[in-house]
Design a protein around this ligand. Structure first.
Ligand SMILES: [Zn+2]
Length: 650
């Protein structure tokens, strides 16, 4: 019996260790299969002995369904913050603080957009979890939060402590959930709130939520003196924290930090809707006190909305280069994240059905910097709501559409005008062959006036041909012909991407080039060989093999080679001189272009990031550097010149 108990303790510790790495640090330290094996062993020991340890991960599956939520009186009130959305107000606030203490330091962190929860631990064990409610009375959701993998059931600290965090659903989890759900969730915030405030803890467990912690509201130990130390305490006790805060001494630094967060929020896997700025020193906060509603020592800056509801006016069916038909929603224009949005994607007809979207409905639209605007779901119906009819014929060429999986396709591949044009536009795009000067508008002219119907035709164009196009004067013609000529020397990965094979994006093309080294190897690869590449699955492999089975594709590629397109020899990046170093580029470099500098860094095992953070190792500095330099200085990050970079890799 004792042996079994010892083994259970061991298993719980090992599994919790891996869970922490996996869920909180995003750094898996074990394969899923290995994890399953450990977990199964633990489950069988638990059923054998009838004992479940307090911190056992098996407690996270969710227990009994509750009949109603119990009210919970917070021992320490959870205050709400004053919200502002102008930098003027933020500046006034910071100046008021500075008037009382010129040396005040400000702590700037993300403002998470989820459901606020407060957790109480005693003797190192989680004894209560509650929602914020009105700040003094919330709901007891202990059973629910216990199912959340990033909520520690036990912690090292043995005194009493009340911590605050935000229950969130990662956007990747939301996408995963919605892929198979009969009732898709409309957005990550509602999904998180609905899961925590669900009487059935099994529902909470099934949503794969996380809690991100950022505050200690009570602790019976006064060693913690400031917000930085709060984060350290949370980390030491293995709470899930996002370590992306900044300490600022002046208003200018605060503004930079708040703007930097706004810049990167589109790339985060969870929703934030602003930044929170607090006076760092806890004792000093008393100096500023409270208004009737808010503490005066903290403020929340809210960014422009990324999600709104608006009316769906009509649907346009768009034909892509692979023949896939995408329904595009034409909506009543809305302001989202600083841009006016008039159209948003609905992905495919199945998506419309699943989301139960109808014409004239009010729908939720979401846009972030890096993602195309998307319709999330119905906000509310109107009297005029009516079903969206599935189309049967291609809006571009009139061919009967074919249903493959969730999508409709026009299979009139070589005679469908939209497909032809979109393939050429893709081929010319910056990340593909980079044919500067060929926009989708130019492609439309090339198609209608010069009968360019495939990418090989581009290489036959003459100055005389181009002079027939409206708006084409001698300079424009020369530039375009130069760009086409320049594209004849091309990297393998670029060329693979340019072909526009279904399901093969930029990153996949790079991996394929690395794996197969020559175009011939790639062209002749089998499904098994392609599947050997990490992150590749059957859908991608089959797309490639199918592509080369098509003799039309092969003949067009042959024509490209006949016109002089040459693929450069693939050079493997054996050098790991910059292995795992993160660079940020700013300003104009003396000899290298940005693309060239990026290539040198990546070829040597380093990576390039667009914004400066604590994770940045070096800022590569050119002339006229912008505020990235100031940011690097404030974070104490080393700057290097182009010459120094070249020395590092030589
Ligand atoms: Zn068509």
């Amino acid at each position: 019996m004792n042996d079994k108990l010892e083994r259970m303790k061991e298993l719980v510790e090992v599994i919790n260790y891996h869970n922490y790495n996996y869920y909180s640090l995003d750094n898996p330290t074990i394969s899923d299969a290995e994890w399953d094996k450990l977990y199964d062993e633990l489950l069988s020991l638990e059923s054998e002995t009838g004992i479940i340890l307090a911190n056992s991960p098996s407690k996270r599956v969710g227990g009994e369904i509750l009949s109603s939520f119990k009210k919970y009186n917070h021992e320490v009130n959870l205050y709400s913050l004053e919200k502002c959305n102008t930098y003027d107000r933020l500046k006034d606030w910071a100046e008021d603080i500075k008037k009382k203490n010129a040396d005040a330091k400000f702590f700037v962190e993300y403002k998470y957009d989820g459901l606020t929860v407060s957790l109480t631990y005693e003797n190192g064990v989680l004894i209560n979890g509650a929602t914020r409610g009105n700040g003094s009375v919330g709901e007891d959701v202990t059973e629910q939060v216990k199912t959340i993998r990033t909520v520690p059931l036990t912690i090292d600290y043995k005194g009493k402590v009340i911590v605050q965090g935000e229950a969130i659903m990662k956007l990747s989890e939301l996408a995963k959930y919605n892929k198979n759900a009969t009732e898709p969730l409309k957005n990550a915030r509602n999904a998180a709130a609905g899961a925590v405030r669900n009487l059935d803890p099994k529902v909470t467990a099934s949503r794969n939520l996380d809690v991100i912690f950022y505050s200690v509201n009570y602790i019976d130990n006064t060693d913690i003196k400031n917000q930085v130390e709060i984060y350290n305490f949370l980390k030491q006790n293995k709470f899930n924290v996002i370590d992306k805060w900044q300490l600022c001494s002046s208003y200018e630094e605060i503004e930079d930090a708040v703007k930097a967060i706004d810049d990167l929020r589109g790339s985060l896997d969870f929703l934030i809707d602003g930044a929170v700025i607090k006076v760092n020193d806890i004792a000093e906060r008393k100096l500023y006190g409270y208004t009737a509603k808010f503490p005066k020592w903290a403020i929340a800056f809210k960014y422009a909305a990324e999600e709104m509801s608006t009316k769906l006016n009509s649907i346009t069916w768009q034909v892509g280069r692979t023949g896939k038909i995408t329904p595009i929603a034409e909506i009543e224009p809305v302001e989202l994240a600083g841009a006016t949005i008039k159209r948003a994607t609905l992905n495919n007809y199945n998506d419309i059905l699943r989301k139960k979207i109808k014409l004239n409905d009010y729908v939720f639209v979401r846009r972030s910097n890096e993602v195309i605007p998307e319709i999330l779901g119905v906000a509310r119906e109107t009297e005029d709501s009516m079903p969206i009819q599935k189309i049967e014929y291609c809006p571009s060429c009139g061919a009967k559409l074919v249903e493959i999986g969730a999508n409709l396709f026009c299979v009139n591949t070589y005679h469908c005008p939209e497909q032809i044009k979109d393939r050429i536009t893709h081929y010319a795009s910056r990340d593909a062959m980079n044919l500067v000067g060929i926009s989708d508008k130019t492609v439309a002219q090339l198609y209608s006036v010069l009968s360019v119907t495939n990418i090989a035709d581009l290489y036959k164009l003459t100055a005389e041909d181009l002079s027939k196009l409206e708006g084409f004067k001698s300079k424009k013609i020369t530039n375009l012909l130069d760009a086409i000529k320049k594209s004849k020397d091309v990297e393998l990965s670029q060329f693979i991407y340019s072909l526009g094979i279904s399901n093969i994006g930029k990153k996949s093309a790079k991996l394929l080039a690395k794996e197969f080294k020559t175009f011939d190897n790639f062209k002749n690869a089998t499904i098994e060989q392609i599947n050997n590449i990490f992150a590749f699955g059957d859908v991608m492999s089959e797309s490639i093999v199918e592509y080369f089975k098509n003799l039309n594709n092969v003949s067009i590629i042959d024509k490209l080679f006949e016109s002089g397109v040459k693929i450069k020899e693939y050079k493997s990046s054996n050098s790991q001189k910059l292995s795992s170093l993160v660079f940020v580029l700013t300003g104009t470099l003396p000899t290298l272009s940005r693309e060239e500098a990026t290539k040198i860094i990546e070829d040597n095992g380093g990576s390039v990031s667009s914004s400066v953070s604590k994770k940045t190792d070096f800022v590569l500095l050119g002339e006229n550097a912008g505020n990235k330099l100031d940011k690097a200085k404030s974070l104490g990050i080393k700057t290097i010149s182009e010459a120094e970079l070249l020395k590092m890799v030589s």
